[in-house]
Unconditional design. Structure first.
Length: 252
C-alpha cells in the first residue's frame, strides 16, 4: 500500500473553524468591461449576493448570465441584515457583498457587515477592482504619495466650510465625492478657502461622457459652467506646497 499517496489526499482538519466566507466584491463604476475575472467567478460561486440595491445588482448579474439569491443590504438595514448574514456564514454559506458601483464600504454600505463578520470569527476576503476614488486620484495629475479621503462633505454650507477649513493643514492631496447638485457650491467654497490649490474634478468616470477638468478652483468652475454638470463627481485638491511641481516631469 502506498501510504504516502493516501496521506497526501487526506483533507486538513478544519474542525472548529467556520466555513462561511464573506467576499467584498468591487463592481464597475460605469463601464461593465471593468469587471474582473475573479469578481465574476466569486459572484458565480457564492451562495448569496448581498447588494445595496437588489434591482441594480440584479441587472448586473443578468448581463453576465449569473443567477443568485439576492439579499438587500443598504444604509438603513445594514445592522439588522448583518445578523442574518452571520447566521448564513455559520451554516457554511459564502456571501458576495457588493454596492451599487465600485468598492463596498468606500462611502457605501459594507463596513458594518465586515466588522460584524470579523467579530463573529469568519473570514473576510477582498475581491479588488474598480473604485472611483482611485480612478480619479491616479488621473488627476496631482500628488499621490500622500492623500486624505473625505468621502462626502456635509450637505449644509456652514458645516461644509468648517470641514474644509479644518483640512487646510492636511499635508496630502484631498479627495472627496460630490453630487451634481452641490458641485458648483463646493467650487465656490474652494475658491474662498483654498484659492491657491490646484484642483481636478472627474465626472462620469469610465463612462461614455467621462470628463476631467483641471486648474485652480476658479478655472475649474468656469469650465464646468460652460458644459454639463450631470453625473457624479470626484473632487481632487492638491496641497498648496506641492502645486508648482505637481505636473513637473522631472520631479523625483
Amino acid at each position: 500500500m502506498n501510504t504516502r499517496n493516501k496521506t497526501s489526499r487526506k483533507k486538513p482538519d478544519t474542525s472548529g473553524s467556520p466555513d462561511g466566507v464573506l467576499y467584498v466584491v468591487s463592481t464597475p463604476i460605469g463601464n461593465l468591461e471593468d469587471i474582473t475575472l475573479r469578481a465574476l467567478r466569486i459572484l458565480k460561486e457564492s451562495d448569496y449576493v448581498a447588494a445595496e440595491d437588489t434591482r441594480r445588482t440584479g441587472m448586473l448579474l443578468k448581463h453576465f448570465g449569473i443567477s443568485k439569491p439576492l439579499l438587500s443590504c443598504y444604509r438603513f438595514n445594514e445592522a439588522k441584515r448583518s445578523t442574518h448574514l452571520i447566521d448564513l456564514l455559520g451554516q457554511g454559506k459564502s456571501i458576495a457583498l457588493v454596492s451599487d458601483a465600485g468598492t463596498p464600504a468606500i462611502s457605501d454600505p459594507g463596513a458594518r457587515v465586515v466588522q460584524c463578520t470579523l467579530n463573529a470569527g469568519y473570514r473576510v476576503e477582498c475581491i479588488p477592482g474598480p473604485c472611483a476614488l482611485i480612478a480619479a486620484l491616479t488621473t488627476a495629475g496631482l500628488p499621490t504619495d500622500e492623500f486624505h479621503f473625505i468621502g462626502f462633505l456635509p450637505n449644509r454650507s456652514a458645516p461644509r466650510k468648517r470641514k474644509l477649513v479644518s483640512l487646510l493643514d492636511i499635508p496630502g492631496t484631498l479627495v472627496c465625492y460630490e453630487s451634481r447638485y452641490r458641485i458648483e457650491k463646493l467650487l465656490d467654497e474652494l475658491i474662498e478657502i483654498m484659492p491657491n490649490h490646484r484642483v481636478a474634478i472627474g465626472r462620469e468616470i469610465t463612462k461614455m461622457h467621462e470628463q476631467f477638468i483641471r486648474g485652480s478652483a476658479m478655472e475649474v468652475k468656469e469650465q464646468l459652467s460652460s458644459g454639463s454638470s450631470k453625473g457624479e463627481f470626484v473632487v481632487v485638491v492638491a496641497p498648496p506646497s506641492k502645486q508648482k511641481n505637481a505636473t513637473d516631469p522631472n520631479q523625483d
